[in-house]
Each structure stands twice: as C-alpha cells, then as structure tokens.
Design a protein around this ligand. Structure first.
Ligand code: ADP
Ligand code: ADP
Length: 234
C-alpha cells in the first residue's frame, strides 16, 4: 500500500471574480522510501501539490490519503496528529527561530510534543551530527550559512522520525554547490532510514540526483518517470 495516495486532486483558488486552477486533477501514489522530485516552472502547481501531500490544505475535490487514511474523513485533531507524527516539513526560507540556537531549533518540535528537555536535547544533537553540524550546536541561524541553515531545518524536520518529509523548493535560496549538498543529504537519509522525501524544484540540474521525477505543467502532472537516465523521452 502506498504511503501517500492522491486521487483526482483538484485545487481551485478564487482571486476576486476569477477562478485559478492550481491543480487540475492529480493522481499520484508515493511508496515508502521513495525519493521524489516535483519539477516544473513557476506557477505550475508544485507548491500547491506539496501542500496537498503534506496535508496542509484541503483539495477542492478529490482525495488525499496518508498511510491509508483519507485525510478528509478525519477530524481536525486526528488529521493534525497524523501530520505531526508522520510528516516533516522543509521550506525555501529555512523558517528557523532567529533567537534560538541550532540545537534549540531542532529540539522545538519534540518539546512542543511534550518531550523533556533532556530527551529533546539528546535527539537534536544526534540529528545535527547526522547533517554535519555537530560543531555548530550553539550557533544562532544568523551566524550560519544558508546551506547550514537548511541543514538545521532538515534536522528539525527529521526529529520526530517522520515517514515522510515534504520540502517545498528547499534549494531555491542556495547556490548550486549547496543545493546539490542538500539534495545529496536528503537522499542519503532516505536510503539510510527509509524516509520518503518529496521535494519541489524548478532547477532541472537537480533531477539527475533523484529516483523519480514528477513533471508539472499548468496544474497537471504531465510526466512521472523513474530515474531519468534509464528512460528515453518521446
Ligand atoms: P509553483 O509552486 O509551481 O510556483 P503554485 O502551486 O504556487 O505553483 O501555484 C499554482 C497556481 O495557483 C499559480 O497560478 C498561483 O498563482 C496560484 N495560487 C497559488 N496559491 C494561491 C492562493 N493562495 N490564492 C490564489 N492563487 C494561488
Ligand atoms: P488547522 O490549520 O486549523 O490546524 P489543518 O491544518 O488541519 O487545520 O487543515 C487546514 C484546513 O484544511 C482545514 O479546513 C482542514 O480541515 C483541511 N484539510 C487539510 N488537509 C486536508 C485533506 N487532505 N483533506 C481534507 N481536508 C483537509
């Protein structure tokens, strides 16, 4: 059974009198441990699709299931629990708390979930070591490079050991070298821990590093293919 399943997902926004079809009917199944890029030009629906996959927003029609549970059939609390326990998020702008250290930023989700400071601190230290920041535990985000800040954000997304990490344009604010490092880091963790990653990007150069690419255009998934190098394009 797939980890995430989308059936006929349509997302329509209203802007004044006009209707914008951000997603025009998406069918997608993502299995446990897959490493998936959602690629497409600006405005093609990548971000909206990430929000659907991460259970952050409801589709206008169609359904989204996570671990076999249809999100629309859950109470708000049950859906929040499912998301908090099963899904980690990484954003384009890193979204770290500026007054907290790297360690404290990574601890935060566990502490909000009720873990003691001691338990949260140990887990956060391990995660920061895993992303190569064991020497930067006490530094605040402003004293870290963009690539380092995004690694803190990845450590934070992983702190609850989620089955799925959704990363919306995680490399958009990074140079190419750091962008590749972030992709390689996520891929390594996916292989090591079996974590499913879905990330969006408009950068075609990152696609050769993924197992599967979903190409978006005008709200449609126009192509869905496994490892680019092995499949000829028509
Ligand atoms: P991408 O991430 O590929 O740039 P988005 O998912 O952000 O694409 O946007 C898809 C389409 O939906 C675009 O036309 C965008 O302007 C529109 N859109 C996205 N979010 C909103 C919103 N909150 N309200 C109105 N239109 C939106
Ligand atoms: P809140 O922002 O209050 O925590 P949620 O983030 O759980 O609420 O959800 C935002 C809105 O989208 C709510 O109206 C919620 O019911 C709805 N929602 C989120 N994901 C889905 C989904 N996959 N299917 C149906 N409704 C959803």
């Amino acid at each position: 059974r797939p980890l995430v399943e989308l059936h006929g997902v349509v997302k329509r926004y209203r802007l004044g009198g006009a209707a914008i079809i951000a997603l025009a009917g998406i069918d997608l199944r993502i299995g446990a441990g897959e490493f998936v890029a959602v690629w497409g030009p600006s405005g093609s629906g990548k971000s909206t699709l990430c929000n659907m996959i991460g259970l952050l927003d409801a589709p206008t029609s169609g359904s989204v299931s996570f671990r076999g549970q249809d999100a629309a059939k859950l109470s708000d609390n049950a859906r929040s629990d499912l998301r908090n326990q099963g899904i980690g998020f990484v954003f384009q702008g890193f979204n770290l708390v500026p007054v907290l250290s790297a360690l404290e930023n990574v601890m935060l989700p566990l502490q909000i979930g009720g873990a003691s400071a001691l338990v949260a601190r140990d887990a956060a230290r391990l995660r920061l070591e895993q992303v190569g920041l064991g020497a930067q535990l006490t530094q605040r985000p402003s004293s870290l490079s963009g690539g380092q800040q995004q690694r803190v954000a990845i450590a934070r997304a992983l702190i609850g050991a989620p089955a799925l990490v959704v990363a919306d344009e995680p490399t958009a604010n990074l140079d190419t070298a750091n962008a590749l490092l972030i992709i390689e880091l996520m891929r390594r963790i996916s292989r090591e821990e079996g974590t499913t990653f879905v990330f969006s990007t408009h950068d075609q150069r990152l696609l050769e590093r993924v197992d599967r690419q979903v190409m978006m255009r005008d709200g449609c998934a126009v192509e869905d293919r496994l490892h680019a190098a092995t499949v000829a394009t028509p």
